[in-house]
Design a protein around this ligand. Structure first.
Ligand code: NAD
Length: 436
């Protein structure tokens, strides 16, 4: 099939590449000329495991092409995916200007029947707005489908190729049939393509992300309470998670969720609720608790240094909002780094993939290290913000020999308390007793 993808970020580029992988002819359109030029030169502009192999293979086979011309994209595709940003607006709602702006243009460019598929995460009712924006300028027949994306950064290729489910919101049989045909190769193991109305599809995505953010936040509150009463959140987590109604996943406490999705999606659902006369009290708490949780290591750090961080140097392991990505949007590491700098401290940071993105934000206000151990040299203590696998079994002797004080503030609970005791490392984590 002939497919176009408008927007080549984490979702658009993975969508385009993975659709080319099953034999479709794909044109990816982006407004960012520099990005398009890099992709035309064979460079993958984001870090996403396994994407490079598919990217190269499909470019070579001429199934994957890049353009800055929306017209080229609209002329090419029978199905046109919108994978455009829907960032948080000032009032917390989803900014639809990218999606509706492009829809407006699409109306002017249509020259025959097309299916416009909204893959961006958008509030209930957006499919109608997209339809209206296109209709304003077009006399040709078209359908609008809501097809929210559930891929996770870090696992995006796998998630796209073997999705647990595909949600298709459509009121057109013709468009639904095309979507089913397109996705057939991805659900061979029997996972469902769930067809529903557009509004329900739009809400499914917000509901899923808000539920997951709530689950994480609930565990963070349990962890905070564990610290008050001397319980161990790791034991509580395992005790709870073995109940199949609860499940083991997403029960790990830490310094809060970040990323380009959970924070903005929870806020957008909360805001939509308000506009539609519904007060999502639970989401208000989730937003509030998560904001505080991002800085939950700070009182521990301040107390260790008797409130005076001036002139201290902090090694930071992990900058990305989660492992296996270079994405730093809303990453808790940024809140911690800014707070440390505000208090007169210095930062030596290391992350396997996200340092370029962070350096664009902080410039030379922090030092970037060549390795996780290099970050420790000349630092007073270590703070862990992201659970990259390479941090899980470090050389503790090196840590102790390099740091001024053998102290770790661990925002991701990477180490066993008994091991820390044996290593004689002072260790502060989340929801577990401190080792002093
Ligand atoms: P992104 O910011 O990584 O990429 C968006 C791309 O769109 C950029 O390359 C940008 O240059 C391009 N763009 C902006 N305006 C354009 C225009 N007028 N024409 C063509 N291209 C344009 O965004 P993303 O992370 O891929 O997210 C896209 C959407 O998918 C959002 O709604 C997001 O909430 C949703 N989503 C994201 C994820 C994720 O893990 N990142 C997962 C599921 C859903």
């Amino acid at each position: 099939m002939k497919i176009s993808v408008i927007g080549t970020g984490y979702v658009g580029l993975v969508t385009g590449t993975c659709l080319a992988e099953t034999g479709n002819e794909v044109v990816c359109v982006d407004i960012d000329e520099n990005k398009v030029e890099r992709m035309r030169n064979g460079e993958v502009p984001i870090y996403e495991p396994h994407l490079d192999v598919l990217f190269e293979r499909n470019i070579k086979a001429n199934r994957l092409q890049f353009s800055t011309s929306l017209k080229e994209g609209i002329d090419h595709g029978d199905i046109i995916f919108l994978a455009l940003p829907t960032p948080e607006d000032e009032d917390g709602s989803a900014d639809l200007s990218y999606v509706l702006g492009v829809s407006d243009e699409i109306g002017k460019l249509l020259s025959g029947y097309k299916v416009i598929v909204d893959k961006s995460t958008v509030p209930v009712g957006t499919a109608e707005k997209v339809r209206a924006a296109i209709l304003k300028n077009s006399k040709f027949d078209f359908d609008v489908v809501s097809n929210p994306e559930f891929l996770r950064e870090g696992f995006a290729v796998d998630d796209f190729l073997k999705p647990e489910r595909i949600v298709v919101g459509s009121s057109s049989e013709r468009a639904t049939d095309l979507m089913k045909k397109l996705y057939k190769p991805y659900v061979r193991s029997g996972n469902p393509i769930i067809v529903m109305d557009e509004k329900s599809a739009e809400l499914t995505k917000y509901a899923a992300n808000s539920f997951l953010a709530t689950k994480i936040t609930f565990m963070n509150e349990i962890a905070n309470y564990c610290e008050k009463v001397g319980a161990d959140v790791d034991k509580v987590r395992i005790g709870m998670g073995t109940d199949s109604r609860i499940g083991k996943r997403f029960l790990f406490p830490g310094i809060g969720y970040g990323g380009s999705c959970f924070p903005k999606d929870v806020k957008a659902l909360h805001k939509s609720g308000k506009e539609d006369g519904y007060d999502f009290k639970i989401l208000e708490s989730v937003i509030d608790v998560n904001q505080k949780q991002k800085l939950s290591l700070l009182p521990k750090i301040e107390s260790y240094f008797d409130g005076d961080l001036k002139g201290k140097t902090f090694a930071i392991w992990g900058l990305a909002f989660k492992p296996e990505t270079d994405d730093i949007r809303e990453a808790p590491s940024l809140d911690i780094i800014s707070s440390l700098l505000d208090r007169g401290a210095a930062v030596r940071a290391f992350d396997p993939e996200a340092m370029d993105n962070v350096s664009r934000r902080y410039g030379d206000r922090i030092t970037f290290s060549t390795s996780m151990y290099d970050a420790l040299e000349g630092s007073d203590v270590l703070v862990i913000c992201t659970e990259w696998s390479i941090f899980r079994t470090p050389d503790f002797n090196k840590i102790k020999n390099s740091l001024r004080y053998p102290v770790i503030f661990d925002g991701r609970n990477l180490y066993d308390l008994m091991d820390m005791e044996k290593e004689e490392i002072t260790y502060f984590s989340i929801g577990r007793k401190p080792i002093k």
